[in-house]
Structures are given as C-alpha cells and as structure tokens.
Design a protein around this ligand. Structure first.
Ligand SMILES: Nc1nc2c(ncn2[C@@H]2O[C@H](COP(=O)(O)OP(=O)(O)OP(=O)(O)O)[C@@H](O)[C@H]2O)c(=O)[nH]1
Ligand SMILES: [Mg+2]
Length: 461
C-alpha cells in the first residue's frame, strides 16, 4: 500500500543566480533554533571557492525541524553552468521553493530550474525575495512568474500556488509585499502544509537512490540520497546496483541523517528521509542501494548533455614545474576522473595524444575546476573552451543555443547589440525601464557567448 511519511518534508531551494537562496537557508536555520543569530552569513556555502566568490557551486543538503516535522533542504546553485547540480538535487525532493528577485524578476535560470521542477511534478512555493530593494517591483514580478508558470505547465491550477514576499536577508516574509511578519514562520508552516510528505510502498523492502557522494577519512566513501522505500539498520547487508545492472554487495557500517548543516548518527532510518550511508566502496551517483533478496534498480538520474569542451594536458612548456607540484599526466587524469564522481554534468575522455577532453556546461564551470586543481597543487595546460556540436536524426549539424538576458545602461545598449549581433545573437525583446537602463532578451549560440562576459563588462563600464 502507498503511504506517506508525515514526519518528513523534502524541498529544494531553486532560483537564478544571486536571488538569495543560501541567505534564505540561513534564516531558516536561525529561526528553527539551529544556529545562533550572529553566526556567519551563507552557512551552506562551505567550500573555499564558494566563500571567496560569494556563489554556490555545488548543491548541498541540510535539515531543520519545524513543528516536529523534519524538513530536508537542498540549497542549489543558481549559475547556469552548475545546472547539473540542480537536476541532481531535485532527485531527492517532493517540492521546491522558487525564489525570484523582486527587482530582477524571472531570469533565464529561473526558467531552467522551474521547468525541471515542473517536469518532475514537484509542488512549487513562490517567494518574491528582496522586496527591500529600492527598485523592487514585486507585483509586476509576480505577474511575470505567473506567465512563466502558465507557459511551462499549461495548467491554470498553477495560479493557485502559494506566494510569499520576503526579505531573506532579514529573515522575514508575508503574503503582502508591504506587510511582512518579523519572521519566516508562515513560509515554514506552508512548506509543511503544502509540500506533500514523501510517499513509499510499505510492501517494498529498502531502496535508496544515490544522489550525492561524500568522503570521510574514517568511513570511506559515503552515499547520500533519499530512501524511496523501506527502512535500513546498521550492519544490514545490501547491494548496490551500478550502471549496466552490475550488483555489488555491501554492509552498512554507519548510518547518518541531516541535522542542520551537518549530519549525525542514526541507528535506524525511515522511508522518505535523506540519509548518508557508509560501507559502500564502488558507488556512483544514480546507483540504487537495495536488499540483495529483492534487487530493483530505480531510474538513474539524468542531467542535460554537456555543451562546452576544453582540452586539459600536462604542462609541456619550458617553464613547467614552477607553479605546481603535481605535473604528471597520469595524476591529472586520475583527478579528472575523480571530478566526474561528484560532478554529474562533467564528462572526461582520454585522447590518443595524452590530452584529456573535459566536457561540461560552460566556461565558468571549467574555470572553477581548473582553479580547484591549481589549489590542490596541480600544474596543467588548458585549451580554449569550444562548443560541442551534434548531428541530429536528419543528419544536420546542431549546436547548443542559450537564452541571454542583458540589463545595462541605456547608452551602452547600442554597442552591446552590435557586439552580440556579430556573435550571431537574435534579439527577441527590448524594454527601457525609464531609470536609464535597458533590458534585452536574446537567443545566442553557446559559442557566441564564449569570452563575451569580459567584453560586456568593458563595454558597459
Ligand atoms: N537587498 C537584499 N539583498 C539580499 C537579500 N537576500 C540576500 N541578499 C543578498 O544577495 C546576494 C546573494 O545572496 P545569496 O544568498 O548568496 O544568493 P544565492 O541565490 O544563494 O546565490 P547562488 O547560490 O550563487 O546562485 C548576497 O549579497 C546577499 O546578501 C534580501 O532579502 N534583500
Ligand atoms: Mg547560494
């Protein structure tokens, strides 16, 4: 029989870059009493590069308790190049909180993440965030969100989804932009009332989908994911079903579940919860962990194809060995393969000439991998990023095309249009807001975007 575990809710926070996801999670931590009010900002951005750059790079789990219900939360990145992380994060949840900046409105990544969530039938809650901004236009932005919801779902019921206005930074929200409570309690109540509790089939034995990996020096590889059916206990003997239906036996050596930004030990874990399981060595994201008596694989997590490729190789210049201590090709290859374990949208290939093709979602994602490797002591050469072309069923060559939105001073708009036209962008819309700024929408081949960011900054300075 299908049942619900009403003690748990699983949600992802999704939005365009910088619309305030990680800051909102801080507010939820503080108000559920998990951390004190003067803790550092953006607790979930725990990576060194994340903190330095002020952006989220990988989707991460955490949990809060509210009215005796455990809410597992996945804070996702908003930058388009890390879209694979959102797709991975959504595999663990039953609903999403979609944040939209009250001034910027829905932007290309808002569309991407909302489309993915609706395709998975996840219940959305809308939060128009940053209503404290001087240029906030909350009501108008809500209309734009409704337009987007209708366009993506073709379902008028979407006009009934819960809507909140918030200043995530101050941890406050309300149902009217000019009447906010002095806390986030209404939003937290709504997550419990509106987001469906996870369902499971009580006739089925333990089954878990691996959605993330971690590593502990004491426990080895850790598999993270949602329990789809059944329960598990310490020392249970299970199997991990890998790609190609390969079964690998395993024994649980530790079970943990989320509590705030970290996890703590659990002896027995129930359906619907998101857990951290130790005891499995060869595990990949997308594998199913289940009982050996009834091994049944769940559908693997699918993410969009890579759009950009870059060549990595050892440094063959006369100055090699000056910048890093790890220089050998074999080590670089080993490190790149390790990257594909956690980074679901990355693919790597070895070429006959001892170079490696790294494929991903954009040049920024590539730059982050290079920077991470440099900091770990690697020295390497990288080529220019190039787009990946494909051949469709009709034998035609196709290439990835991106949505591009530009917000720039009116006086630079001519130059921006000129440059983008040369890069084969097609403009679909232009509006002038009256405050000296213009907003333009384009469709542009991904190759036209490579290297444009720097030019844009110079042209609009
Ligand atoms: N004015 C205003 N600024 C806010 C608010 N919430 C967050 N910010 C600011 O917005 C910026 C981005 O916040 P983050 O929480 O890192 O945004 P994010 O959505 O997690 O960003 P990514 O994960 O990189 O996509 C930070 O400088 C915050 O201080 C708010 O309610 N009002
Ligand atoms: Mg963030």
């Amino acid at each position: 029989m299908i049942k619900q575990n009403k003690d748990i809710r699983n949600i992802a926070i999704i939005a365009h870059v910088d619309h305030g996801k990680t800051t909102l999670v801080d507010g939820l931590f503080k108000q559920s009493g998990l951390v004190s009010r003067d803790t550092q900002d953006r607790i979930m951005d725990s990576g060194t590069l994340e903190r330095e750059r002020g952006i989220t790079i990988s989707a991460k789990n955490c949990a809060i308790k509210w009215n005796n219900v455990k809410i597992n939360i996945i804070d996702t990145p908003g930058h388009a190049d890390f879209g694979g992380e959102v797709e991975r994060g959504l595999s663990m949840v039953d609903g999403v909180v979609l944040l939209v900046d009250a001034a910027e409105g829905p932007l290309p990544q808002t569309r991407f993440v909302l489309e993915k969530a609706l395709k998975l039938n996840l219940a959305p809650i809308i939060v128009i965030n940053k209503v404290d901004r001087q240029d906030a236009r909350s009501e108008e932005v809500l209309d734009e969100v409704y337009d987007l919801l209708l366009e993506l779902s073709n379902d008028e019921a979407m006009l009934e989804v819960p809507v909140f206005y918030a200043i995530g930074k101050n941890g406050v929200c309300g149902t009217q932009p000019d009447k906010l409570d002095d806390n986030l309690h209404q939003l937290m109540d709504c997550i419990i009332d509106y987001i469906p509790a996870p369902t499971y089939d009580d006739a089925e034995p333990f089954q878990m989908l691996v959605s993330d990996l971690s590593y502990s020096d004491f426990l080895g590889r850790l598999a993270i994911g949602k329990i789809i059916n059944g329960r598990a206990n310490m020392y249970d003997s299970l199997v991990c079903i890998q790609e190609g239906n390969v079964h690998k036996p395993l024994r649980i050596t530790k079970l943990q579940s989320y509590d705030g930004p970290t996890f703590h030990d659990a002896t027995d874990v129930a359906s619907g919860d998101i857990i951290v399981l130790a005891g499995v060595e060869n595990v990949s994201i997308g594998d199913t962990i289940c009982t050996s008596a009834y091994p049944k694989a769940l559908p693997r997590i699918s993410v969009d194809e890579p759009t950009v490729a870059m060549l990595f190789s050892k440094n063959i210049s006369p100055l090699s060995g000056k910048e890093g201590s790890i220089v050998a090709s074999a080590k670089i290859w080993e490190r790149l393969q390790k990257e594909t374990l956690r980074n679901v949208s990355i693919k790597v290939e070895k070429n006959p000439d001892d170079t490696f093709s790294v494929k991903g979602r954009g040049e920024f994602q590539m730059a982050i991998i290079v920077e991470q490797m440099r900091r770990e002591g690697f020295e390497l050469c990288v080529g220019r990023p190039r787009t990946i072309f494909k051949t469709n069923e009709k034998g035609q060559k196709t290439e990835p095309v991106e949505y591009l939105m530009i917000d720039c001073p009116e006086e630079s708009s001519g130059q921006v249009m000129d440059k983008l036209a040369k890069r084969k962008a097609l403009m679909s819309d232009i509006t002038y807001s009256g405050n000296g700024r213009g907003k333009m929408k384009f469709e542009i081949p991904a190759r036209g975007l490579i290297g444009y960011h720097y030019e844009f900054l110079t042209d609009t300075r």
